[in-house]
Design a protein around this ligand. Structure first.
Ligand code: FES
Ligand SMILES: [Fe+2]
Length: 333
């Protein structure tokens, strides 16, 4: 199955180091294979399926927070890379060496975290030239400001294709993203990944955004709107590099659902400007939530079977075509 192939054979952009700075910080996401937990184990970031190796109780129930990996059922706990078992003498006939977490592989692109199951290539190969852009962005992120997680009532490909094209912006986002009046801009294709960069066409808004630069301490930014598609399930988009919206569109076992998570990652702020920057981030987070809700409302009108039957694409849907070609190549392999 395509979804399984994509999940197992590719690396997945899953978070940023600044989201897991303290011991016991965790994040939890869903995908078709169950759950993915990212956890700070005394400075070492691990990723696993959230299941206790004893009898499979889920360690974490919240989407994010700070909590030790202690199982609420019989008290097994994971710490310093080891599973600690109370009363181990009770397990005499068992091989306790096998009682381990089911961990994912972890790779880093600078401070961006990727997980893998059995990836068929190195992370560098998979990212191609997007690697360098991601590295630059990574060093210009200081933390997370918003975390937004819910189910989209549509297939993951419909949600992702929507995120890949600006053709719908005026119709679906007239009072949110549409107010930037983004120009056509340019697409870049790097292997299975792609980048869209577009100038802000609303000169009044563009001027305001430029002026915000005095709040931040950043050495990399694109002057305008930039959206990276990191194959297969992640998007990273930003206006002027002041904050980045990291979105995951993970497949669900239900083909009519998508496990959606978006986070607002924010640039380092000049300390004296903190209060102004916080209210700027608040309003950015609010607008982003509105944009995703608008996207969700339109996506849930599209039945999954339309992916096979409705194939006409405009020139500003070129990234959708590229995405479909990548999937076709993988399905044919
Ligand atoms: S299931 Fe976790 S300790 Fe028993
Ligand atoms: Fe949209």
């Amino acid at each position: 199955m395509l979804e399984q192939r994509l999940s197992r054979r590719y690396w997945h952009l899953i978070g940023h180091r600044t989201e897991l700075l303290a011991d016991n910080d965790f994040l939890r996401l869903n995908w078709a294979d169950g759950e993915i937990v990212l956890f700070n184990d005394h400075g070492n970031i691990v990723a696993f399926d959230n299941l206790c190796p004893h009898r499979g109780t889920r360690f974490f129930v919240d989407a994010h927070g700070n909590h030790p990996a202690h199982c609420a059922y019989h008290g097994w706990r994971f710490e310093h890379g080891t599973v600690h078992i109370p009363q181990p003498q009770r397990f005499a006939p068992c091989d306790l060496a096998k009682a381990k977490l089911n961990e994912f592989r972890v790779e880093w692109c600078a401070d961006f975290m990727f997980i893998g199951v059995e990836p068929i290539m190195s992370l560098s190969e998979q990212l191609g030239e997007t690697e360098q852009v991601l590295e630059e962005i990574s060093f210009n992120i200081a933390g997370r400001h918003d975390f937004n997680q819910y189910e989209f009532e549509c297939n993951w490909r419909i949600a992702l294709e929507n995120a890949l094209e600006p053709y719908h912006i005026d119709m679906v986002h007239p009072n949110s993203l549409g107010t930037l009046r983004l120009e056509d801009g340019e697409n870049e294709f790097h292997g299975v990944n792609s980048i869209w960069r577009a100038p802000v066409g609303n000169s009044r808004v563009d001027k305001q955004l430029r002026a915000m630069n005095r709040l931040f301490n950043i050495d990399y930014r694109y002057e305008g709107y930039q959206s990276l598609y990191i194959f297969p399930f992640a998007m990273l988009s930003s206006t002027y590099g002041y904050s980045y919206s990291l979105q995951n569109f993970f497949p669900s076992t239900n083909p009519e659902r998508t496990h959606f998570t978006s986070r607002l990652l924010t640039a380092p702020v000049i300390p004296e400007r903190l209060a102004t920057a916080q209210s700027f981030f608040d309003s950015t987070a609010q607008v982003n939530r509105k944009v995703f809700d608008e996207d969700h409302q339109i996506c849930k009108r599209i039945p999954t079977r339309a992916l096979e039957t409705h194939l006409t694409l405009a020139d500003n849907e070129a990234k959708v075509r590229h995405f479909r070609e990548s999937l076709a190549a993988i399905s044919g392999r």
